[in-house]
Write a protein that binds this ligand. Structure first.
Ligand code: ADP
Length: 252
């Protein structure tokens, strides 16, 4: 044992939308300090799994730090898990106020000095301090995505969950977000990201879960990456090369 706590445990998780089962018995344990990337084709159930773990969907079989998720109050859970959705709607609030929403689980009637400091830190970390007074409907898709991540950071969670966080971003911002997720985990937090870009995931994450049709097909480190896995999960033929010690998946 390495003394790390189990941050998330999912036991035989099943979930259906309108009677159609899309998670078909998922088992997963994630420890503090891990950076996990969840991969797999569209419709595999990745987003649904993330929403179950973050308490957005009501599911049975999810424990967070050893306690069933349904036993947490909303505020308690929000201090532990932050979830960044695939898309956020822009609005008429400023960037600063939007990120301040991340402090709601801590706030009294008014934001404290500490709340305001946490917002400033999150804006700075995402490199968007200069956007603080803009309203979110004046932002580009990538900027809005960074606001959404800043809001999650302001929440000061123990587990950071992001659903395809790099989708709207240019390559520099993609790398920044991946570094941030990695730092978050090396600083003792847990990062769980749903990713489409296998190579970006490979470069940064330490563990990979491949899903297909509501089930986990493979779970492990870089050693699980074999052409046969990509054939089975995505139905594509790939070569796996190594560049500077990092595996790179090349579709044929
Ligand atoms: P992924 O993130 O791997 O693309 P999702 O978890 O989004 O997969 O979706 C899994 C399955 O559940 C898909 O078939 C999708 O169409 C279905 N689904 C997702 N969200 C809903 C919803 N709100 N209502 C009904 N079906 C849904």
């Amino acid at each position: 044992m390495n003394g790390r706590r189990k941050a998330v445990e999912v036991k035989d998780l099943r979930f259906s939308y309108n009677g159609r089962e899309v998670l078909k018995g998922v088992n997963l344990e994630v420890e503090e300090g891990e950076f996990l990337a969840i991969l797999g084709p569209n419709g595999a159930g990745k987003s649904t799994l993330l929403k179950c773990i973050s308490g957005i969907l009501n599911c049975r079989g999810v424990e967070v730090f050893g306690k069933p998720i349904e036993e947490y109050s909303r505020n308690e859970l929000a201090r532990i898990i932050a979830y960044v959705p695939q898309r956020t709607e822009p609005g008429f609030m400023t960037v600063f106020d939007t990120v301040l929403l991340g402090r709601r689980p801590y706030m009294g009637l008014r934001p404290s000095k500490e709340d305001l400091e946490a917002v400033k830190r999150a804006l700075k970390r995402m490199g968007i301090s200069d956007l603080a007074l803009k309203t979110t409907n004046k932002l580009s898709g990538g900027e809005l995505q960074k606001v959404s991540i800043a809001r999650a950071l302001a929440q000061e969670p123990k587990v950071l969950m992001m659903d395809e966080p790099t989708n709207n971003l240019d390559i520099k911002s993609q790398l920044e977000v991946m570094r941030l997720a990695r730092e978050f985990s090396t600083e003792g937090g847990t990062s769980i990201l749903v990713m489409h870009d296998v190579n970006l995931a490979l470069r940064f994450a330490g563990r990979f879960v491949f899903m297909k049709d509501g089930r986990i097909m493979a779970d492990g480190g870089r050693e699980i990456l074999k052409p046969s896995l990509f054939r089975e999960v995505y139905g594509v033929e790939v070569d796996i090369w190594e560049v500077n010690g990092i595996p790179v998946v090349v579709p044929l």
